[in-house]
Design a protein around this ligand. Structure first.
Ligand code: GDP
Ligand code: MN
Length: 378
C-alpha cells in the first residue's frame, strides 16, 4: 500500500525527522489560507501516488499571489499517468544548498533490507544508478533492525564527505531506519534530503510504501488508504477472505493454494491462454467462498471461461462442490465452467455434481486445455 507525500510527511514529523511546514489544499481558497500563515515563496506539489510527478509539471515554486493562482489551477488540471490531482500540498519553499538521496527498501534478490544513500539527490535515482553507480552507497541490514555500527561511520563518510554534515544527516538516517521497521514499510524514501543555505536539514519529499501482509498490525496506517488507487474488486475479495489479483486475460481462475494458483496461471499460458486473475480461495474453504469468488470473477467482462482447479487437502472437494451448486442457484453464470476437483472428499463432490451437467476433468492438463479452448471460442 502506498500513501501520499503529505501523509508520509506527518509520519516523518512524528518520528522526529525534520520536514518543511505545510498543508494540503483542495481549492484555491484553502491554498490562500495556508499561504497566509506560511508566507511566500511556497512550493505547490500535486499529491498523486505515481512516480514522475515533478517531470509531469506537478511541482511548482510560487513567489507571489499571481503565481500561486496560476500554478494551483494548472496543477489541479493535470492528469498524471491518468490520475487526477485531488489535493495539492503547499509547503514553505526551502533555500536549497545540497540535495541527497536516502532510502530503505527491500532487496528481494538478496532477501534483505538495504539502506541506500547518495550525494546525488533530487534526481531520478535509477538514472544515477545507471550513469554513475559509484555515487550510490548501500548497507545491507543483515536481518538486524539497526545499522551495523562497524559499517556506519565509513558509510556516512562516503555519502557526506564534509565531517560537519555527518552528524545531522546520520541522525535523520537513523530515524528513517526506525520508521521503516516500526511501520512495516517496504520503502521509506527521502528524495531529496535537503540542507538549506543556513545548514538546516529537511526531508523535502517523502515516499512510503507499506508491506500489505503486515497491514493487519498497523491499524493507523490502514486508515490512510486512498481508495482512488485501489482496484475495487481486489478490496472486496480481501474483505471476503480471498486472495485475488486482477489480470488482463479472459480465463477466470478459482484455485486453492497460492502455489497451485500460480502453477495454474503458468499452465494456462503454456496452452496459449491468458489468465483473467489470480485467485486463491485459501485452505479451509467453505461453500460461501466459492460463491463469492464466482461473483467477483463474473464482474470482469473480459472473462469468457472459468476454471475451477482444486487439489483437496485441507480444502474439501465437497465444500467446493456445494459452493458451485449454490452459486448456480443464486447467480447467472453466463460463461462456461470447467472443473477439476481431486483429493479430500472427491467422491462426495462428484456425487453432488453428477447430473448438474458440468464439464468435469480428472487432470489439470485436460481441464486447462478445455478452459483455454472455450475462452477463445467466444
Ligand atoms: P518529485 O519530482 O515528484 O520527486 O518531487 P520533489 O518533491 O522531490 O521535488 C522535485 C524537485 O523540486 C526537488 O528535487 C527540488 O530540486 C525541487 N524542490 C522541491 N521543494 C523545493 C523547495 O522547497 N525549494 C526549492 N528551491 N526547490 C524545491
Ligand atoms: Mn522527489
Amino acid at each position: 500500500m502506498k500513501i501520499h507525500e503529505y501523509q508520509a510527511i506527518e509520519l516523518f514529523r512524528h518520528a522526529g525527522i525534520p520536514v518543511a511546514g505545510g498543508q494540503v489544499a483542495e481549492d484555491i481558497d484553502e491554498a490562500q489560507d495556508i499561504v497566509s500563515t506560511l508566507g511566500f515563496p511556497v512550493v505547490l506539489k500535486a499529491q498523486v501516488l505515481v512516480g514522475g510527478r515533478g517531470k509531469a509539471g506537478g511541482v511548482k515554486l510560487a513567489k507571489d499571489k499571481i503565481e500561486l493562482e496560476k500554478y494551483f489551477s494548472e496543477i489541479k488540471a493535470l492528469r498524471i499517468k491518468n490520475y487526477t490531482v485531488e489535493k495539492i500540498l503547499i509547503v514553505k519553499a526551502l533555500d536549497i544548498e545540497r540535495e541527497f538521496y536516502v532510502a530503505l527498501t527491500v532487496d528481494n534478490v538478496k532477501d534483505d533490507v538495504v539502506l541506500i544513500a547518495s550525494s546525488a539527490g533530487g534526481v531520478d535515482i535509477e538514472e544515477t544508478a545507471k550513469k554513475s553507480p559509484e555515487k550510490i552507497h548501500k548497507i545491507y541490514m543483515g536481518g538486524q533492525k539497526e545499522v551495523d555500527p562497524q559499517q556506519w561511520p565509513g558509510f556516512l563518510r562516503q555519502v557526506f564527505p564534509e565531517p560537519n554534515l555527518q552528524a545531522p544527516a546520520g541522525a535523520i538516517l537513523q530515524k528513517l531506519v526506525q520508521v521503516f521497521y516500526k511501520l512495516d514499510c517496504s520503502l521509506a524514501e527521502i528524495n531529496p534530503l535537503v540542507m538549506d543555505k543556513k545548514g538546516r536539514w529537511f526531508a523535502a519529499d517523502a515516499k512510503i510504501n507499506f508491506d500489505d501482509n503486515a497491514l493487519f498490525r498497523q491499524p493507523e496506517i490502514q486508515k490512510l488508504i486512498d481508495f482512488n488507487y485501489e482496484e475495487p474488486d481486489e478490496l472486496e475479495a480481501k474483505q471476503k477472505g480471498l486472495s485475488f489479483v486482477k489480470m488482463e486475460g479472459n480465463v477466470g481462475c478459482i484455485v486453492n493454494g497460492a502455489g497451485l494458483a500460480m502453477a495454474t496461471m503458468d499452465v494456462i499460458k503454456l496452452f496459449g491462454g491468458e489468465p483473467a486473475n489470480f485467485l486463491d480461495v485459501g485452505g479451509s474453504s467453505n461453500p460461501e467462498k466459492v460463491l463469492n469468488a464466482l461473483k467477483i470473477i463474473l464482474k470482469n467482462k473480459n472473462v469468457t471461461s472459468i476454471l475451477i482447479n482444486i487439489f483437496g487437502g485441507i480444502t474439501r472437494c465437497d465444500d467446493i462442490a456445494k459452493g458451485i451448486l449454490e452459486a448456480r442457484q443464486q447467480i447467472k453464470i453466463s460463461v462456461p465452467l470447467v472443473i477439476r476437483l481431486t483429493g479430500t472428499n472427491e467422491k462426495e463432490a462428484k456425487e453432488l455434481l453428477s447430473g448438474a451437467n458440468l464439464r468435469m476433468f480428472a487432470t489439470m492438463r485436460e481441464a486447462i486445455q478445455e478452459a483455454v479452448a472455450l475462452a477463445s471460442k467466444i
